[in-house]
Design a protein around this ligand. Structure first.
Ligand code: ADP
Ligand code: MG
Length: 244
């Protein structure tokens, strides 16, 4: 058991000639809730995609659960077993029922029997408050319900860390709170979370650490009370003024 769930040290990443991440240093302790904000194009998604190995960084060190992400089989295994991810677009399999979406991962990569996987799926559908939707297809659900299925699907893998990349940005306004409420509950249960979001009400409620990114850099970090009351950099102040 390591104390730090995620460590990024001096991480650089380029897309071709374009440096998208510049010396990123970020430590997420086990049980921490970190909220990442910043203008569009600042590198927020790239940070979370590097943490779960959807992208590879070129310099610096990323450790997840104490395992260095170096492209090795051990690193891939660490990511598969420790990290869950929820995207802006829900990424559910459209041709499968909610239940089938939920049992697939645990049966394939956790070796659960169908019965065990279904029991686990029901537990997490309960947790996200849609136990009655198990037999529907994603397209028969509202956006808020689909995103809660996506969260349940991640939880079915019982990850130690959950990454969220703008999980409510694609939702109609009236559905945002049903998803945030589920995330707040997860946070209260002690889940380690990294959440990219501009929902600052949510951030104030759950964040242990705020991170503000701009142009590929972490410009400012701090506990939310300080971060919101007293942003140190002009860039962060300007950003917060625009969204609050
Ligand atoms: P954010 O999530 O903060 O909006 P991103 O991490 O998605 O920012 O993107 C940061 C920058 O990297 C943007 O300028 C974006 O256009 C660029 N970028 C993202 N993905 C790629 C890619 N696969 N190839 C080239 N450039 C990319
Ligand atoms: Mg993004």
């Amino acid at each position: 058991m390591t104390e730090n769930a995620i460590e990024m040290v001096d991480v650089d990443k380029w897309f071709g000639d374009f440096q998208v991440l510049k010396g990123i240093n970020l430590t997420v302790r086990t049980g921490d809730r970190v909220v990442v904000c910043g203008p569009s194009g600042s590198g927020k998604s790239t940070v979370v995609r590097c943490i779960n190995q959807l992208e590879q960084h070129q310099k610096g060190v990323i450790k997840v659960g104490g395992v260095t992400l170096d492209g090795s089989a051990a690193a891939q295994e660490a990511i598969r077993s420790e990290v869950g991810m929820v995207f802006q677009q829900f990424n559910l399999f459209p041709h499968l029922s909610v239940m089938e979406n939920l049992v697939l991962g645990p049966m394939k990569s956790r070796g659960l029997s169908r019965k065990e996987a279904e029991a686990r799926a029901r537990k997490y559908l309960d947790r996200v408050r849609i136990p009655e939707q198990a037999d529907k297809r994603p397209s028969q659900l509202s956006g808020g319900q689909q995103q809660r299925v996506a969260i349940a699907r991640s939880l079915c893998m019982e990850p130690r860390v959950m990454l969220f990349d703008e999980p409510t940005s694609a939702l109609d306004p009236e559905m945002i709170s049903e998803v945030l409420d589920v995330m707040i509950e997860l946070a209260e249960e002690g889940m380690t979370m990294v959440v990219v979001t501009h929902e600052m009400g949510f951030a104030r409620k759950v964040a242990d650490q705020m991170v503000f990114m701009d142009a590929g850099e972490i410009v400012e970090t701090g506990p939310p009370a300080e971060f919101f009351a007293n942003p140190k950099s002009e860039r962060c102040r300007t950003f917060l003024n625009q969204i609050l």
